[in-house]
Write a protein that binds this ligand. Structure first.
Ligand SMILES: Cc1cc2nc3c(=O)[nH]c(=O)nc-3n(C[C@H](O)[C@H](O)[C@H](O)COP(=O)(O)OP(=O)(O)OC[C@H]3O[C@@H](n4cnc5c(N)ncnc54)[C@H](O)[C@@H]3O)c2cc1C
Length: 426
């Protein structure tokens, strides 16, 4: 189906509208710094802020203009969960699994505290999240998942089809789980605030400056960049899905996968309330999942991916529009004003990772869920490198390379097709 595009439609990011980012440092790169952070998303900015607050002379390199990466393009869902629930994590990783679950919750608390204590204006609200069964065949699994979370003390409820009617204006879901402990924010406003805080703490943020090579040297590293060479005692790579040739070992461990979002015209308030009476964050249970929410300005933002292969924003918009009408047919005749995409960093075990190659530290692997985790991981890794705290539990996970990496452009679309087949069959 071809999406109904409004007169105002453009392939651009809704969240960028009206948001102002601080100026990049106009001075040339210094020849040396205590710390160089590569990547100006939530993770890199949070690491740079923390290093600067701890008294380090800190330089952040961002390849593009500030505010271009996934951190300003996401769904804004602040989710304190990994793909696996608390008991499955313990089953897979023993005590490490318990600590991973604690850390992702600590990350959520960190983001809420940051927004509250630093007065960040990013439309934050503790909205809760509905995880919706895409088929009757997964209802028992969802019931057990809800029980698993309740056993670990979380405020999580299984909802049958009747209970769902007060939560969502859609009849296509036979059941769902309500996670009360989920928030929503305006991603670009949050990102711009993190950028201001990093600069305010004394970090020097250089936009349009790509790091191209790292060479280990005694007592640190030397980085080649598009703005010249810089030496550093410590290097932290926070490039997430954009793992390029900078650290070849990292590139072999991260698979960038596109995710796309459309946003409708501003809805009539009664229509918005009929779709999502409580403003929940919505996610369905498919492998190629869909996610959607009301925006602070009263639109429906609907995201997902059609495949794991290369996809244009235009074809993703058509696919998402059709998916949106399947879930909410009451939106028939409503146009879309915005469509955009970005890359998420997938890993083999679908877990975030923290590690070190040579003298360079890195963190990556949001696997589509990094709004809560990445700001905390960036900050925590910085304070661990400084020596103030232990390294995050995520650094204890084995970070395996992607199998048959050289052929990934051939097998990735096939995996996507397999996921779509499984989604249809379950
Ligand atoms: C469409 C979409 C929807 C999403 N929805 C959600 C959601 O609702 N909830 C959720 O929790 N997560 C979501 N995510 C994931 C979330 O956005 C990410 O986990 C998070 O933003 C990652 O932050 P980051 O700082 O690690 O990476 P990024 O924000 O991607 O920042 C990395 C930066 O590194 C820069 N860079 C790369 N290479 C170099 C280099 N060589 N030199 C200098 N700079 C470089 C890039 O330009 C980029 O700005 C979504 C992602 C996408 C794309």
């Amino acid at each position: 189906m071809v999406a109904l595009r409004s007169d105002r439609f453009a392939e651009r990011v809704l969240w960028h509208e009206g948001v102002e980012w601080p100026q990049s440092d106009p001075t040339p790169l210094p020849p040396a710094a205590d710390v160089v952070v590569v990547g100006g998303g939530y993770a890199g900015l949070s690491a740079a802020r923390t290093f600067a607050e701890l008294g380090h002379e800190t330089v952040l390199l961002e390849a593009d203009p500030i505010g271009t990466g996934a951190s300003t393009r996401n769904g804004g869902m602040v989710i304190p969960e990994l793909k696996a629930g608390p008991e499955k994590l313990v089953k897979s990783y023993g005590d490490l699994g318990r600590r991973l679950h604690l850390e992702v919750n600590e990350a959520f608390d960190h983001v809420e505290a940051l927004i509250r204590d630093r007065g960040i204006d990013c439309d934050y609200s503790r909205t809760g999240q509905l995880f919706l069964a895409h088929s009757t065949r997964v209802v028992d699994t969802l019931r057990e998942t809800a029980a698993e979370h309740r056993r670990s003390g979380e405020d999580v409820r299984f909802l049958g089809a009747d209970d769902l009617s007060s939560e969502i204006g859609s009849r296509v879901f036979p059941a769902g789980i309500l996670f009360e402990r989920t928030g929503s924010l305006q991603p670009a406003k949050f990102h711009a605030a993190l950028a201001r805080m990093a600069i305010g703490a004394g970090a020097s943020v250089h936009a349009n400056t790509r790091a191209t090579a790292i060479i280990d040297s005694s007592g640190g590293s030397i980085l080649d960049t598009s703005g010249g060479t810089i030496r550093a005692h410590n290097v932290l790579i926070a490039t997430n899905a954009t793992a390029d040739g900078l650290l070849p070992q990292l590139k072999r461990r991260v698979v960038p996968v596109g995710s796309f979002i459309i946003a409708t015209e501003v809805l009539d308030p009664a229509m918005a309330a009929s779709i999502s009476p409580r403003g929940r964050m919505m996610v369905d249970s498919r492998n190629l999942l869909a996610y959607w929410r009301l925006t602070p300005d009263g639109r429906l933002a609907f995201g997902g991916r059609k495949s794991l292969g290369p996809t244009s924003v235009a074809s993703a918009a058509d696919f998402l529009y059709e998916s949106m009408l399947r879930v909410h047919p009451q939106l028939t005749g409503t146009g879309i004003d915005f469509a955009w995409g970005g890359d998420v960093a997938m890993t083999v075990d679908r877990m975030p990772h923290v590690g070190r190659f040579g003298n360079a530290w890195y963190l990556t692997g949001c696997n589509g869920s990094g709004v809560a985790l990445m700001p905390w991981l960036g900050s925590r890794l910085a304070s661990a490198i400084h020596g103030d705290t232990a390294f995050p539990a995520f650094s204890e996970l084995r970070h395996r390379p992607v199998p048959l990496d050289r052929f990934r452009s051939r097998w990735l679309p096939l995996v996507g097709r397999w996921y779509a087949h499984v989604d249809r069959a379950t």
